[in-house]
Design a protein. Structure first.
Length: 215
């Protein structure tokens, strides 16, 4: 029988950890996050793409801990702003900006622009200590409203209008959002192929040799 693998989620966010644990609960794998280990250096997310940042976090965590690691990076890309805020989504209005300030900056930048198409994008990276990695990505299309609507969600949800529901992401439940969101779709794609992921991880991870002590 194969020994159960450990997968480290490169986050200290308990909600994100629980979401992934629930998603992969049927598989023979132990899920941990950074809080299960001692202090490790912070990763500077200075990549130019979501793929860069997701891989940077997963590969760094995997090398430091010697275990497979999973990380994701996501954000809002607005067509008329040449893909901005993109990788700067969380700090578009400044390093310590609030969600409201980030939304306000996007609305100001768009002003009365006719093209208000936008998409949320997500990249998931699973890396092993050697640096090899698997990548999953997905997106969700919508338009940016001229004024925020709704009190649910976070980030740019109040200004991101999802036409299929005729509501913003801040006007729908967390369950509804998970079914259609960029991150939810990427995670489900990962889950649907996780048997193959496990096989790949077992092939990539070094096997510990066991020796019997002889007197």
């Amino acid at each position: 029988m194969d020994e159960q693998l450990t997968l480290v989620i490169a986050t200290r966010n308990p909600g994100k950890t629980k979401e992934i644990m629930d998603l992969l609960k049927e598989f023979p794998i132990t899920i941990k996050n950074l809080d299960d280990f001692g202090p490790i250096p912070e990763v500077t997310e200075d990549g130019s793409t979501f793929d860069d940042n997701a891989y940077k976090k997963s590969s760094f965590t995997s090398r430091i801990l010697g275990l497979p690691a999973l990380s994701d990076d996501s954000g809002l890309c607005v067509d008329a702003l040449d893909g901005a805020p993109g990788v700067y989504s969380a700090r578009y209005a400044g390093n310590n900006a609030t969600d409201e300030e980030n939304c306000a900056k996007v609305l100001k930048e768009l002003n009365d622009h006719q093209n208000r198409k936008a998409s949320f994008q997500c990249v998931i990276s699973i890396a092993v200590p050697t640096g090899a990695a698997l990548t999953y990505e997905s997106s969700c299309d919508g338009v940016i409203l001229k004024h925020p609507k709704g009190a649910n969600g976070f980030g740019y949800d109040p200004v991101f209008f999802f036409q299929e529901f005729n509501k913003t992401f801040a006007q729908i439940s967390r369950e509804e959002k998970s079914r259609v969101s960029h991150r939810g779709k990427a995670l489900r794609e990962l889950r649907d192929e996780f048997d193959k992921v496990l096989q790949w991880l077992r092939q990539q991870m070094p096997v510990e040799e066991k020796f019997q002590c002889k007197e």
